[in-house]
Design a protein around this ligand. Structure first.
Ligand code: AMP
Length: 580
């Protein structure tokens, strides 16, 4: 009965037909979308002050409305946070705020959330599901989803606040939608909303094991949480198996709501406990853990591009032969694009812009053209972007952000009908730079991958990494920080350090290194668990594990993260790669 209702809920052919229609007419759909956003919000003080006088066409919009960053909007957002319920950015006052993860900037930012954003989320989820399910059909079953709510609180002025994913999970229609997408979480709500993520993670794993034959997919918002979960599984599996055998939840889960919810599903099951134990004993170095535990899982799902790429190797190890499918592309501020090519591996994933969920502009990147320094080129519209070019995305959303610079750089790889397909390139402000050098988080990732091959020979791996530039002494130099799975010898670390230094192939870097305009690269190794402390620091600021992204280049203003890193250094070495 429930299954029939679920089937009726989403008509996949219709979703694909609608997608085809809007993408064939992306230019017109964009004009319509802008018109609707501006008409719906014509009462907003922000728009009224800009003299649009009822005009809703793209040219008037461009002429009257400035490009803004979050900082420019802070005075408006702060008034809302303080309880001003007038029409500030939107006609209908904003009553909920999302807290963006802020892992790249160092501190979380408040951005408006409303029902229209929920609707765009539903559209994006339905679209990618319709395409995904054509290639990798899932039947009725459950999802082992490592999702966590953040702390929920009221702002000074009484607005509800939490991360965007928390606002999503809290929407009464969320569970219904997830059922329709056959992605209902196997853990009870109390686990998602639990106040302690270690305990929630334990219960997610336990629920996964209890429902192991029903699990059809393993997912999280960002891939980091999946890797983190199975690393934790490696540590705690014996406790989990004991709980299943005895039907008694470990004492280390202390939150009453979690204990209560788990008591309803945990029953003594020695047979299952034995099966799980036997499966684990049969694994070699945890390879293929996910399909072994969840034999009916069809794929592993979550955002796997951008700052998540460094986790792919480990994720593939756990996933064995199961396909890894990257999900959609969006932010707390609004959604952008969906994955309608699920068979592509995450490294070559394409995100197709949905032209009806927001109004999009693209600022061409100067990519080394010095005549552009200090001047930003004019943004172009969605259908005017060029294949092969990189752009910074500017979004206009139904939640009160107009011509908002998101800070992401993407590359146009092609078009689906008339809407662009994007590759995520980087956060625009994440750069290692001292003078004429410019290394992005991708350059850093490639250098780390290269150097970690030397560790692999010692059966060691880089668990996580970050970097910063140290300009406290002249010349400044790059500091790369690694957490390693075991202890590496001084000799191997020295080789890794040299390899890192040599692997930054940017001409500005190598030429500066040769003349000592940039000092020798330093590799620091931090204690096991240091990156966990960074994650906990962000959670303390109101972020959620679900949205956590390790900051790959730490800015000098991010003092707390720098402090955590510096306090935990156990070894360091200096490159001699450019010594004559
Ligand atoms: P948040 O601050 O938690 O709202 O995270 C939003 C940011 O996460 C985006 O601006 C991107 O930088 C990054 N992001 C989101 N989706 C993807 C994706 N599919 N691939 C790469 N990066 C992503």
């Amino acid at each position: 009965m429930l299954e029939r209702r679920v089937e009726d809920f989403i008509n996949m052919e219709k979703v694909i037909e609608e997608f085809e229609a809007v993408t064939k007419d992306a230019g017109r759909v964009q004009i319509e979308t802008l018109r609707k956003i501006l008409e719906d919000n014509s009462e907003a003080e922000y728009l009224q002050n800009l003299g649009l006088n009822g005009r809703t066409d793209p040219q008037s919009f461009k002429n009257c409305v400035p490009l803004v960053t979050h900082q420019d909007l802070e005075p408006y957002i702060n008034r809302m946070i303080d309880g001003d319920l007038s029409s500030i950015l939107t006609s209908n006052p904003i009553t909920t705020m999302s807290l963006s993860s802020g892992t790249t900037q160092g501190k979380p930012k408040f951005v408006p959330w409303n029902d229209e954003l929920f609707e765009t989320t539903v559209q994006i989820y339905k679209t990618s599901f319709a395409f995904r399910n054509k290639e990798f059909p899932i039947t009725s079953g459950k999802a082992l989803s490592f999702i966590y709510s953040s702390k929920q609180f009221k702002t000074k002025g009484g607005l509800a606040a939490g991360t965007a994913t928390t606002n999503l999970f809290r929407n009464s229609r969320y569970i219904q939608q997830m059922q329709a997408l056959k992605s209902q979480c196997c853990s009870p709500e109390e686990v998602i909303f639990g106040p302690d993520f270690h305990q929630s993670l334990y219960c997610h794993l336990l629920c996964g094991l209890i429902f192991c034959d029903e699990v059809q997919l393993v997912s999280s918002t960002f891939a980091h949480s999946i890797v983190h979960a199975f690393r934790t599984f490696e540590q705690l599996w014996e406790d989990l198996v004991a709980d299943i055998r005895d039907g008694v939840l470990t004492d280390s889960v202390t939150v009453p709501s979690l204990r209560n919810a788990m008591s309803k599903i945990l029953k003594p099951d020695p047979d299952l406990a034995n099966i799980i134990k036997t499966k684990i004993m049969g694994l070699s170095n945890w390879y293929g853990l996910i399909p072994e535990l969840f034999p009916n899982a069809k794929y592993v799902y979550g955002i796997m591009t951008g700052s998540m790429e460094p986790y792919l190797k480990k994720l593939r190890h756990y996933a064995g032969e199961l396909p890894l499918l990257t999900s959609d592309y969006g932010s707390s501020e609004g959604w952008i694009a969906t994955n309608v090519n699920p068979t592509l591996p995450p490294e070559s994933a394409l995100y197709t812009v949905l032209p009806q969920i927001g109004y999009f502009e693209f600022i061409p990147q100067n990519n080394g053209d010095s005549s552009f320094i200090g001047v930003d080129p004019e943004p172009v519209g969605l259908t005017q972007v060029k294949i092969g070019e990189e752009y910074e995305i500017v979004i206009t959303t139904p939640a009160g952000l107009y011509r908002y610079r998101l800070g992401d750089v993407v590359k146009v790889m092609g078009f689906y009908n008339s809407t662009p397909q994007l590759k995520f390139i980087r956060r625009s402000n994440l750069l290692l730079t001292i003078n004429i050098d410019k290394n992005t988080e991708k350059d850093l990732q490639l250098a780390v991958e290269e150097a970690s091959k030397l560790l692999a020979e010692e059966k060691l791996e880089v668990v996580d990494y970050t970097s910063y530039v140290d300009v406290s002494k002249d010349p400044g130099h790059y500091v790369i920080i690694w957490e390693i799975s075991g202890e590496a010898s001084e000799e191997v670390l020295g080789e890794c350090c040299n390899c890192l230094d040599k692997s930054f192939v940017d001409a500005g870097y190598t030429s500066s290194r040769k003349v000592n305009g940039i000092g020798a690269l330093e590799l620091r190794v931090v204690r096991r668990g240091t990156f966990q402390k960074i994650l906990e620091h962000y959670i303390g600021l109101g972020s959620a594990v679900s949205q956590f992204k390790t900051p790959r280049c730490v800015g000098s203003n991010n003092t707390k993260v720098l402090q955590i890193l510096n306090e935990n250094v156990v070894n360091k070495c200096i490159s001699s790669a450019f010594n004559n």
